[in-house]
Design a protein around this ligand. Structure first.
Ligand SMILES: *[C@@H]1O[C@H](CO)[C@@H](O)[C@H](O)[C@H]1NC(C)=O
Length: 242
């Protein structure tokens, strides 16, 4: 959700009259524009996490991801379903850089404790087909994210609008703790699936699952961010004044 919060805070750099009072306006020519945006993000994060109905922002803590695909081939299907992530609003901005002419933004963020509750849904073939489904409770600490955001301007019905065209997220997940609700036999079978198809140690497992998380989270942030910015025309965002 951090990037949605950034998008929202960016708007504050341009919108003057139309914006809600809880946003502090940053001047486009503010010599400390980056710091002003960072301050806005910090002020806004709890509000975005709780949701802002008048701007179509639903509550975002926990964040719910319907389906993460680890593998999807004819014989081997490994999915994580209904993943609930809490703690995403508890982040610190380590660095922020904006290129206002190119509408490009680079952000480095670190999170505190993240909690993921999910249902794994594995259907694979190891000699014979094996299917397993169950709950997993994952916690991880000190995840870091490098985020690159590109915004663009488009014309619709004679009016110009700004939108987020691309977001790239690179997650640094260091280690995690996973708990399952299984007896010994089931746990042995699950471990066999994980070792065969996902990885033999935490580093390998993180490497297998990371792209799916990055993809789904990026798509979600694009959607949420563009739902926010659609409320404002380019002329509102970039008033013709100094
Ligand atoms: C995950 O499950 C635990 C244990 O049932 C619960 O305390 C926690 O609130 C859940 N977190 C999320 C994000 O659903």
């Amino acid at each position: 959700m951090f990037a949605a919060i950034f998008t929202f805070a960016l708007l504050a750099a341009y919108v003057a009259a139309e914006i809600p009072s809880y946003i502090n306006v940053c001047g486009r020519k503010d010599p400390n524009l980056d710091q002003c945006i960072v301050d806005n993000v910090n002020n806004l994060k709890s509000k975005i996490c709780e949701g802002i109905p008048e701007l179509d922002i639903p509550p975002n803590d926990p964040l719910i991801l319907d389906k993460l695909v680890i593998s999807d081939t004819t014989n081997n299907k490994l999915f994580m379903r209904n993943t609930k992530i809490s703690g995403l609003c508890n982040f610190v901005i380590n660095s922020f850089h904006s290129d206002i002419d190119k509408l490009h933004f680079d952000v480095k963020i670190s999170f505190g404790l993240l909690q993921l509750n999910s249902t794994y849904d594995f259907d694979v073939r190891i000699v014979v087909p094996i299917a397993q489904k169950g709950l997993v409770y994952i916690t991880t600490n000190n995840v870091e994210a490098d985020v690159g955001i590109d915004m663009k301007v488009t014309t619709k019905g004679g009016k110009r609008y700004m939108y987020m065209s691309q977001i790239k997220i690179n997650l640094d997940i260091k280690e995690y703790d996973a708990k399952y609700d299984l007896n010994e036999r089931e746990f042995g079978q699950l471990n066999q699936i994980i070792n065969n198809f996902i990885g033999n140690n935490q580093d390998e497992i993180i490497k297998s699952i990371k792209p799916a998380i990055e993809e789904v989270v990026s798509k979600r942030i694009l959607l949420v961010s563009n739902d926010i910015v659609k409320h404002f025309t380019y002329e509102e965002l970039f008033p013709d004044r100094t």
